[in-house]
Design a protein around this ligand. Structure first.
Ligand code: ADP
Ligand code: MG
Ligand code: MG
Length: 364
């Protein structure tokens, strides 16, 4: 295709461009596996059209990714790691010397070295995957703990749970789609938990929890696992890397990794926080992160799962009340089903919170 040829010639990939095909199961960017011939050998890259509807500041985002991946590479090299090119994303520069290319239509593109022999897991199958993924994300945070200058805030207030809560109260008041009456139980559930929304924000403002470099999309499939050894090789999907609390990353690992049910599962009996997966997450995470965590961060690891799950539940509830304008829906009521799944996970964590806390303390 003509467009693909134009994009291909905009990057400094050696060899002859052969073609490309859609790749992976990401929901945000358009991702392609790209084929080149280099002296008779086939070489692959990942090329992505960055979703600039969601990411309003693509140059700022790409600056973050460039800085983070170069810092990681330096750390791996200093530590004498093997296979560095499979452990960190490598950006291929554009012909005008940038880390991305903007085409005539205003779309942003980037190209990474393709990491061979490693895959992202969509739905967890066993505790080993939780362990390895958390270990990889903890290692990622650890490597970035000593970055000098602050990264760009590409999505300001990304995890400001208080403002989400306030938006919910406003959406209830407006009741723009006449849906408030349908969701009284969910609204009551949210109101009963108002006290938790300020915990991390207040501690960060008071300096009790440090601001760090965080990933902000710590799903299992954002760690590529080596097909032979199962090792968590490379943390990918760095679009949301920015300043934040490590609790947001760990909380989102708990939310997304400890349950196999679909995001909009209606049979809530299938929705429970699996304590074995939780334990594996804690073990893996503390192996790489315990060196830099302060006591307050450690103390709130179990709580962070509840907080982030509650926050995402609020976002689905808000979108339902506002008429499904933010999250894509395929059927009526999908956003409220998503909300119910998150709130059921919150409940499941509340029931198991003592045990979760003991597990964290057991790894001191
Ligand atoms: P999204 O934000 O849409 O999830 P990702 O950056 O996670 O986008 O990329 C989508 C998928 O492409 C990933 O889940 C992974 O399977 C694959 N992928 C991304 N980068 C690489 C890479 N450098 N090497 C191999 N596969 C990759
Ligand atoms: Mg992804
Ligand atoms: Mg992403």
């Amino acid at each position: 295709m003509e467009q693909f040829n134009e994009i291909a010639s905009a990057f400094e990939c050696p060899g002859t461009y052969l073609g490309e095909e859609p790749y992976g199961s990401g929901h945000i960017n358009d991702t392609y596996k790209v084929y080149y011939d280099v002296d008779g050998e086939e070489v692959h890259y990942i090329r992505q059209r960055i979703n600039h509807k969601i990411f309003k500041d693509v140059p700022g985002l790409m600056e973050n990714i460039g800085r983070v991946t170069r810092h990681q590479r330096k750390k791996f090299e200093e530590a004498g790691a093997d296979q560095v090119d499979r452990r960190v994303l490598t950006l291929i520069p554009s012909v005008d010397g940038k880390d991305f290319y903007q085409d005539a239509k205003g779309n942003f593109w980037r190209t990474y070295v393709f990491i061979e022999g490693a895959v992202g897991i969509d739905v967890i199958e066993h505790t080993g995957q939780a362990y390895k993924s958390a270990k990889a994300f903890g290692g990622f945070q650890c490597q970035l703990a000593d970055m000098d200058d602050r990264l760009n805030d590409t999505i300001p207030n990304f995890h400001h749970t208080r403002s989400r809560y306030d938006t919910l109260m406003q959406a209830i008041e407006e009741d723009a789609h006449g849906r408030v009456a349908n969701v009284q139980a969910e609204i009551a559930f949210a109101k009963e938990r108002e006290a938790i929304v300020d915990v991390v924000i207040d501690l960060m403002a008071a300096g009790g929890i440090p601001e760090r470099v965080t990933h902000n999309d710590t799903k299992l499939n954002n760690v590529l696992m080596d097909c032979e050894t199962d090792e968590g090789m490379c943390v990918i999907d760095l679009d949301t890397v920015m300043p934040g609390s490590v609790l947001y990353d760990f909380g989102d690992m708990i939310r997304t990794t400890t349950n196999q049910a679909a995001e909009d599962e209606r049979d809530l009996s299938k929705v429970e926080m699996n304590i074995d997966y939780f334990e594996a997450l804690v073990k893996g995470y503390l192996e790489t992160a315990s060196g830099f965590l302060v006591p307050k961060e450690r103390e709130l690891l179990a709580f962070s799962g509840k907080l982030i799950t509650f926050e995402i539940g609020l976002r689905f509830l808000i979108d339902y009340l506002q008429g499904d304008t933010y999250f894509k829906t395929r059927r009526e009521g999908q956003n409220i089903d998503r909300c119910r799944k998150q709130f059921k996970m919150v409940q499941s964590m509340e029931r198991q919170m003592d045990q979760m806390q003991r597990i964290v303390e057991g790894f001191q």
